[in-house]
Write a protein that binds this ligand. Structure first.
Ligand SMILES: *Cc1c(COP(=O)(O)O)cnc(C)c1O
Length: 421
């Protein structure tokens, strides 16, 4: 826990020495490898994050010493595995400030959003109802709602953006008419980095009885997220972007809503009693965790949350803001380079296009320099179409990146720009 002392001016002062970010970075073994004979410069953390040794060790230790199935065996390994898996749930619940029995563990945001779509929305929505999404959503927060709309006869309305890539809030309020049942939106955009005012949006939705679903994929890895304080009804997140293994993540849901939801998948673990005449379902969150879960993965995710909490999410956010400032200034100086999105509150994600150069060509040439950026549409076709660009390169930063890596990106861009134009 952070030991903080109140200072005379009311600001909290952290008595610990400042973080040695080079030492933190050194805990990520992959960051010291080379690519095409050059030191790896990994600038794709919005796509998936890298793992510190502590997380790698937690997964290995579980597999080497405690592996068994959860909740089904009374033998020693069975109880150790159950304890480790449920311990991870407790750690994650604490990390997000939610109750552990309201936290469904699953394979990530995509599963979490589909769970809300199939279990909450599908049985409830009817013709005449509406779902509101925003222009900046990831496909994972669009397609499940389209499936729901198609099957129920509900319609989808889209909240638009300002030219800076912020949500047009006045426009959003106007969309929240009486037929709207559900509002689903990203906490932080994976393309623009825009941080949305979640509390304000959820407050306005709640006043109108609209259920809110927040996609926290890009928020939880980069800032302290107090889910209880946000006032949303559902919050989805993914493990592999927050230093955890792939195939992990979760859905937090308000107890009353989870309690009313039928299971999404049927199988073992989610039932209390099965007879061919009928089955009694387990309570949440077990009701939504059919089959053998990714036990080792979630043990790793629990270790990741613990590791991040010890580092301090406020420090992570502050460090990434430094990197964002450095990168924004340096990239803006490249002739013909356009950055998409300049929200006042922005996470460390920079999508850019260079006039006359294809994003894929840029990314391919950068890869030859050892620099990993993502190119394409970043699972957000409607957003890219709105900006009128076919594709962008996206450099996304984490606290383990360095100013020197950003300088390497900028130098490489000058070089490849010369090759392409
Ligand atoms: C990565 C991401 C997703 C999908 O996460 P998965 O881990 O693939 O399920 C959804 N929304 C946003 C904003 C993302 O960045």
């Amino acid at each position: 826990m952070n030991a903080t002392l109140p200072a005379r001016d009311g600001m909290a002062v952290d008595p610990r020495p400042p973080i040695d970010w080079a030492a933190v970075r050194a805990q990520f073994p992959i960051l010291s490898r080379t690519v095409h004979g050059k030191p790896l410069v990994y600038l794709d953390s919005a796509n998936t994050g890298q793992k510190p040794q502590a997380v790698i060790d937690a997964v290995a230790e579980f597999s080497a010493r405690h592996n068994a199935n959860v909740s089904r065996a009374v033998h020693a390994l069975g109880s150790e595995a159950t304890e480790a898996y449920e311990g991870a749930r407790t750690t994650l619940a604490r990390f997000l400030n939610v109750h552990r029995d309201e936290l469904v563990l699953c394979s990530g945001t995509t599963f979490a959003l589909n769970l809300v779509a199939y279990s909450w929305a599908l049985p409830r929505l009817k013709p005449g109802d509406a779902i509101v999404l925003t222009r900046m959503e990831h496909h994972a927060n669009i397609v499940p709602w389209q499936i729901v709309a198609e099957r129920t006869g509900a319609t989808i309305k889209v909240a638009e953006l300002t030219p800076e890539g912020e949500l047009d809030l006045d426009g959003l309020w106007q969309l929240l008419t009486p037929e709207v049942r559900l509002l689903a939106f990203a906490h932080v955009s994976n393309v623009l980095g825009t941080v949305n005012p979640v509390r304000e949006i959820c407050r306005e939705a709640a006043k109108r009885g609209i259920v809110t679903v927040v996609d926290g994929s890009q928020a939880v890895p980069h800032r302290a997220v107090d889910v209880a304080a946000l006032g949303c009804d559902f919050y989805a997140f993914t493990g592999h972007k927050m230093c955890g293994p792939t195939g992990t993540g979760g859905l937090w849901g308000r107890r009353e809503l989870l309690a009313q939801m039928p299971p999404f998948l049927g199988g073992g673990e989610m039932i209390r009693e099965v007879r061919f005449e009928g089955t009694v379902f387990n309570e949440p969150p077990m009701r939504f965790e059919a089959g053998t879960p990714n036990i080792a993965g979630h043990v790793g995710l629990g270790a990741a949350a613990e590791w991040l909490a010890a580092l301090g999410m406020a420090k992570v956010e502050a460090r990434e803001q430094q990197l964002l400032e450095h990168a924004t200034a340096a990239l803006s100086a490249i002739p013909g380079l356009r950055i998409l999105g300049s929200a006042r509150e922005k996470a460390a994600v920079i999508s850019f296009a260079i006039e006359g150069a294809h994003a894929h060509d840029l990314a391919t040439l950068l890869d030859l320099e050892g620099i990993a950026v993502r190119s394409g549409q970043h699972c957000a076709h409607p957003l890219l179409a709105w900006f009128g660009v076919p594709a962008t390169c996206r450099a996304s930063f984490a606290f383990y990146n360095t100013e020197a890596e950003i300088d390497a990106l900028v130098a490489a861009l000058h070089k490849v720009r010369g090759l392409l134009l």
